[in-house]
Design a protein around this ligand. Structure first.
Ligand code: F6R
Length: 243
C-alpha cells in the first residue's frame, strides 16, 4: 500500500484526476468506479477541468457506482444515481449509457445486487476504484464487521453513518435511509487499482487503523492492505494520527 500525504483536498483531487487521465490515455474505455459523499468532489472537479481544457478524452470512458441507498424514490436528488449523474456524468459530458449502478428501487434487492456484480464482471471489471472512508472505517457502505470476502449486497447503515450523512438530507437524520446496496469488500478488492482519498481530522483515526492497524473486519478499509495496487491519499489533517 502506498500512502501519499498532500497539503489539502484540492491537491489530492488533482493527483487522482491525473491518475484517471493517464489511465484513460492508456485505456480510453476504462471503467472508473466512483464514490459519492463530499470527499471525492475535488477529484471530479479537477477531471472535468481537464476535459474542458482538452487535456483528456473521456468520449469512451465508463463509470460505475460503488453503492446506493435503498428505498429512495427514483430521481430523488440524494440517490447516488442522481449524485453521480450530477457530479460526474454531466460535468464530464458522458452519455448516461456510459454509467452503471445498482437498482436501489428494485423489489428483489438481492437479485439487483447479484445482477450488478454480474454486470461489473461482464464490463471487464473496474480499472480504478475511487473510495472515501467513513469515520467508522467503512468503504462503500461496508460497515464495521462486514466480511472481507463480501459481494454486493444489502446492508444496514450504522447510526454513526446516518448521523454523518444527515447533512445531505437537510440535517434530518430521519430522512436518511436505513438500508443501502453496496459493492462488497470482495467485489471492491477485484478492481485493478484502489485509490482511497481521506481529508480532514475527522478521518484521522480511521486512516491510522486502515494503514497501520491489523487487517480486520472491524475496520473494513484495512482490507486495502490485501490489495496489490492500493494508494491512500490523505491531507495533513487526515494523516495526523499516523505514526
Ligand atoms: C460513498 C461511500 C462512502 C463514503 C464515506 C465518506 O459512495 O461509499 O464510503 O465515501 O462515507 O463520505 P464523505 O466523503 O462524505 O465523508
Amino acid at each position: 500500500m502506498e500512502v501519499v500525504i498532500v497539503p489539502d483536498a484540492a491537491a489530492g483531487g488533482d493527483i487522482i484526476a491525473e491518475a484517471m487521465a493517464k489511465l484513460l490515455h492508456r485505456k480510453p474505455d476504462a471503467l472508473l468506479g466512483v464514490a459519492t459523499g463530499s470527499t471525492p468532489l475535488p477529484v471530479y472537479q479537477s477531471l472535468a477541468a481537464r476535459v474542458r481544457a482538452g487535456a483528456v478524452d473521456v468520449s469512451r470512458a465508463r463509470v460505475c457506482q460503488l453503492d446506493e441507498y435503498v428505498g429512495l424514490p427514483t430521481g430523488h436528488p440524494e440517490s447516488y444515481r442522481s449524485v453521480v449523474l450530477r457530479e460526474v456524468v454531466e460535468p464530464l459530458g458522458l452519455s448516461p449509457e456510459a454509467f452503471m449502478g445498482p437498482d436501489g428501487a428494485a423489489e428483489d434487492v438481492q437479485a439487483a445486487c447479484d445482477a450488478y456484480d454480474a454486470a461489473l464482471a461482464a464490463a471487464g471489471g473496474v480499472d480504478l476504484q475511487l473510495l472515501g472512508i467513513g469515520t467508522d472505517g467503512h468503504i462503500g457502505f461496508n460497515e464495521p464487521c462486514s466480511s472481507l470476502a463480501s459481494r454486493t449486497r444489502i446492508k444496514t447503515l450504522t447510526e454513526q453513518t446516518r448521523v454523518d450523512n444527515a447533512r445531505f438530507f437537510g440535517g434530518d437524520i430521519e430522512a436518511v435511509p436505513h438500508h443501502v446496496i453496496t459493492q462488497g469488500i470482495g467485489t471492491i478488492l477485484e478492481a485493478r487499482h484502489l485509490v482511497l482519498l481521506a481529508t480532514g481530522e475527522g478521518k484521522a483515526e480511521a486512516v491510522a487503523a486502515t494503514v497501520e492497524g491489523p487487517v480486520a473486519a472491524v475496520v473494513p478499509a484495512s482490507a486495502l492492505q490485501l490489495h496489490p495496487h492500493a494508494t491512500v491519499i490523505v491531507d495533513e489533517a487526515a494523516a495526523s494520527k499516523l505514526k
